[in-house]
Design a protein around this ligand. Structure first.
Ligand code: PLP
Length: 399
């Protein structure tokens, strides 16, 4: 393969583009993870993570991909045979359910058409039916990366409360944390699962659990076997910024930098930026005449948009044309969506021009691949972005 000039456009919904500042931070000599400097680094990243999870409670960091943090959430809180309520919102929710089964749990899996989130009313109804409180946890994927659908976690919390049910609430924020508003404490989530490679703008390799007091209490009597994933030693060591085993030191340098960048921009602004790019992408899709997979507007994802290609037009062929001609990677259709959708990631280190370039690549690709569409999607997005920029400039002037 010969050199291709310019930067590759990595517009899959994670791993996302790693900013230069983070790459430079990772590129430092590895330090002694038991030495005095390391504790300062550890304390700083735990503090920054709490800000991003919007929690004052414990957070642990695993040198693992997100799947590891899924497992940690289950094995620390549950025992063999426990019933858990899960919703089949897409490919990742299905994988989490499979993991729960493999671990010896008994998931009740509420089916959907992969075009909507977990329905708060269904959560309430299922929990009301469970008079004996046999259901020990409700597990929800906040942002389904395979479909571009965001479940309403605040509303699901209210549904659990309305049913007066004591189940733990476990939430996967792997593709929403630091992209879409998420409040671990306010929404009474017991375990939040997250990963490094999406909104946190890091390479893959770190994952996280944010843990409520209720989850910690549950962990005292939870019987699923655990060793590497056990919270107690992680939390005890974390109090002074250390780890019970060798941490991914250089990724933690990167994490410190990324958390600093998120603070500099301000979480509110980070969320608003993702909302703006998602809206611009949907405007492009409507102008092209392509259908958005998410069927419920209040559940549109701000971190990615999945678009359906017309029947008879393979979405992977379109992706291949775009990769070959314009050096841009888009997300493939996963599971039952293979060949039917492509996913545009608009999360992480991303700005208006990155989005304009991404959408220009998609529009040219639609033409190349012979996918029926109307022209002008990229322009519709640009018009929206320009109007937003004009509004922001007006606000700056008035201030
Ligand atoms: C929502 C969601 N959950 C879980 C995972 C699995 O995480 P990992 O691939 O980092 O193990 C992913 C990966 O993309 C995801 O998007």
């Amino acid at each position: 393969m010969s050199y291709r000039s310019g930067r590759h456009f990595l517009q899959i919904p994670g791993p996302t583009n790693v900013p230069d500042r983070v790459l430079r931070a990772i590129d430092l000599p590895t330090m002694d993870h038991r030495g005095p400097e390391f504790g300062e680094l550890g304390l700083e990243v735990f503090d920054g993570l709490k800000h991003v999870f919007q929690t004052k409670q414990d957070v642990v960091i695993y040198p693992a991909s997100g799947t590891g943090a899924w497992e940690a959430a289950l094995v620390n809180t549950l025992s063999a045979g426990d019933r858990v309520l899960m919703f089949e919102t897409g490919h990742f929710a299905s994988l989490w359910q499979k993991m729960a089964t493999k671990l010896g749990l008994s998931p009740e899996f509420v089916r959907t058409d992969w075009r909507r989130g977990a329905d708060p009313a269904a959560v309430e109804a299922k929990l009301r039916e469970d008079k004996a409180h046999a259901i020990k946890a409700v597990c929800i994927v906040h942002n389904e990366t395979s479909t571009g659908v965001t479940s309403r976690i605040g509303a699901i919390r209210k549904a659990i409360d309305a049913a007066k049910h004591p189940a733990l609430f476990l939430v996967d924020t792997i593709s929403s944390l630091a992209s879409i508003d998420y409040r671990h404490d306010e929404w009474g989530v017991d375990v939040t699962v997250a990963g490094s490679q999406k909104g946190l703008m890091l390479p893959p390799g770190l994952s996280f659990n944010a843990i409520s007091g209720k989850a910690r209490t549950a962990s005292q009597s939870a019987k699923l076997p655990k060793s590497y994933w056990g919270w107690e030693e992680m939390i005890a060591n974390g109090k002074t910024g250390y780890f019970p085993y060798t941490p991914a030191t250089n990724l933690l340098y990167g994490l410190r930098e990324a958390l600093g960048m998120l603070r500099e921009e301000g979480l509110e602004n980070v969320f608003a930026r993702h909302d703006r790019h998602a809206e611009a992408t949907r405007r492009a899709a409507r102008a092209w005449g392509l259908e958005i997979l998410c069927a419920v507007p209040e559940e549109y994802s701000s971190s990615l948009t999945a678009l359906m290609t017309p029947a008879g037009h393979d979405a992977d062929k379109l992706r291949k044309h775009i990769l070959e001609a314009f050096d841009m990677s888009l997300g493939t259709g996963l599971g039952r969506l293979a060949g039917k959708v492509f996913r545009i990631g608009h999360l992480g280190d991303f700005n208006d021009l990155t989005l304009a370039g991404t959408l220009a690549g998609v529009e040219m690709g639609l033409e190349l691949a012979g996918v029926p569409h109307r022209k002008g999607g990229a322009q519709a997005a640009m018009d929206y972005l320009a109007a937003c920029a004009k509004g922001a400039a007006g606000q700056r002037k008035a201030a």
